[in-house]
Ligand binder design. Sequence first.
Ligand code: KG4
Ligand code: ZN
Length: 344
Amino acid sequence: MSGQMNITILGIESSCDDTSAAVIENGYLLSNRIANQQVHKEYGGVVPELASRAHQQNIVPVVDAAIKEAGKTRASINAIAYTRGPGLMGALLVGSSFAKGLALALDVPLIDVNHLHAHILSVFIARNENDRHFPGFPFLCLLVSGGHTQLVVMKNHLEMEIIGQTIDDAAGEAFDKCAKVMGMPYPGGPLIDQYAAQGNPRAYHFARARIKGLDFSFSGLKTSFLYFLRDKSHLDKNFITENRNDLCASIQDAIIDSLMQKLTRAARDTGIRDIAIAGGVSANSGLRETARRLGSRKNWRIFIPEIQFATDNAAMIAITGYYKFLGGQFSSQQITPVARFNHL
Ligand code: KG4
Ligand code: ZN
């Protein structure tokens, strides 16, 4: 189209253990590359120093691959969006320093992106016009990741309000910690999902936390699960292996149930019917199915990203960068990463 400038955004994500780069042009995704770090599996969690080193090794090939797959060259990039935080400081420094250097070299603006904001905007990732199934504003988002569990009202692409959050563990943390006490490797969330599919969610009942209002709590669930397994394993040392599927289905059910209770309450309190679920835990098949069933009963419209955009990825950083570009929200070269945000 003559006279119309393309807006081509390179997104870079390096907040935790995935090095990712993506290209979005005029709001549509052209490529999304992710190098997942396997080095952490044997340690039972992400080892920050190993993560920083792996990002350093991966970042150039991942960015090059994303640009190539998009059919673009570095010269066609109009802005670089990168994750400023929250996340691991060393990991964030690799992505932000790289983004700053490349932005200087290409003489294009920099856009700093809040990782949580990006998870929410992952529901706006589309490959073309026919792929647009977007919520209207205001919409409600249940953001469930490894580090965060929040209920957020999105007023537009760039303005939001947190109306509820966890007072202790995040939902992803609850999955991972429960998996760990069953002897599974990190991250255990996806494994619980797999085993749960073959188990009975009513086999065991674990008490749900009773927290006022729209806040969540998951640390009690983890503790009662731990004590339950300890008692049972004391009587039968094979208890966990023999009942793995039912244990996974039951603990997953307890987590999903707590999430759905608060989501229902938030929808009722706000009167909002467009509901997004985002963040790594939104990859959970039980959660996806339960939310869709609940949504059709409540007459909500449910928006959940494709699984590859639910867990950490740069496509969500690039799409957030695109909307910040449209809103004129750029960042300076002096801005520094932030490991923890107290706000979105
Ligand atoms: O959003 P994310 O990739 O990284 C953070 O920003 O934290 O979320 C990672 C979390 C981990 O706790 C992981 O176990 C969980 O998402 N997760 C899952 C599934 N896939 C990822 N939890 C349950 N079921 C899944 N299928
Ligand atoms: Zn994340």
